[in-house]
Design a binder for this molecule. Structure first.
Ligand code: GDP
Length: 200
């Protein structure tokens, strides 16, 4: 119910940030979304907010890697981190974005939780573990959100959950509850909204 209320309000794109100096004041409850490119992050943010295209897929490796801020009502920021794990991203871009990400994660007082998106078909890969380790060292609690669950048969989902649980057990900053979602079918969206609404 709280989740429904929070997400019933206005959602507005605030700004894309490329340097720490561009961050909005840390005066709202903030959650961020991280995941490999193509994991379904834009689709998930669009499903959460009920907008068709508030978050746009940023699948061009050369594109400026911005941290996108969305204002949710007057109390929250949803933060869309650039997708990682591009096969042929230029190394200097990767290094610049990692440096910004590190500063953002370790210095953002208002950041309550990071959602690390994992494709249900693929499970946790080594690039995902790198982000998880960065979250561990930044002491940012993170929670796994499995995406595109509709692409995996019911009977095959438990094996994915097992793999994810085993990997999460090694990360001190991991929140144990895993949320399985489908932006296409709407599965798990209300659960994720409720989790966000519960953070204080
Ligand atoms: P991003 O790069 O992480 O922002 O990924 P997108 O949201 O652009 O999604 C990548 C591709 O996966 C697109 O073709 C989406 O239509 C598809 N996709 C995303 N979420 C789902 C889902 O829940 N179910 C299915 N079947 N496809 C999805």
């Amino acid at each position: 119910e709280r989740g429904r209320l929070l997400f019933a309000g206005p959602v507005d794109f605030l700004k894309g940030v490329v340097a720490m100096s561009g961050l909005p004041p840390a005066d709202r409850i903030e959650v961020c979304f991280a995941g490999r490119s193509n994991v379904g992050k834009s689709s998930l943010i669009n499903a959460l907010t009920g907008r068709k295209a508030i978050a746009r897929a940023s699948n061009t490796p050369g594109r400026t890697q911005e941290i996108n801020f969305f204002a949710l009502g007057e109390s929250h920021y949803l933060v869309d981190l650039p997708g990682y794990g591009y096969a042929n991203a230029p190394l200097d871009k990767v290094a610049a974005w990692q440096a910004l990400l590190k500063k953002y994660l370790s210095g953002r007082q208002s950041l309550r939780r990071a959602f690390v998106l994992i494709d249900t078909r693929h499970g946790i890969k080594s690039v995902d573990e790198e982000i998880m380790s960065l979250l561990d060292s930044s002491a940012v609690t993170f929670q796994c959100v499995l995406t595109k669950a509709d692409k995996v048969k019911d009977k095959d989902r438990e094996a994915v959950l097992e793999q994810v649980r085993a990997k999460l057990a090694k990360h001190p900053a991991a929140y144990p509850e895993i949320i399985m979602t489908s932006s296409e079918k709407g599965d798990g969206i209300a659960t994720l909204r409720a989790v966000i609404a519960t953070l204080e």
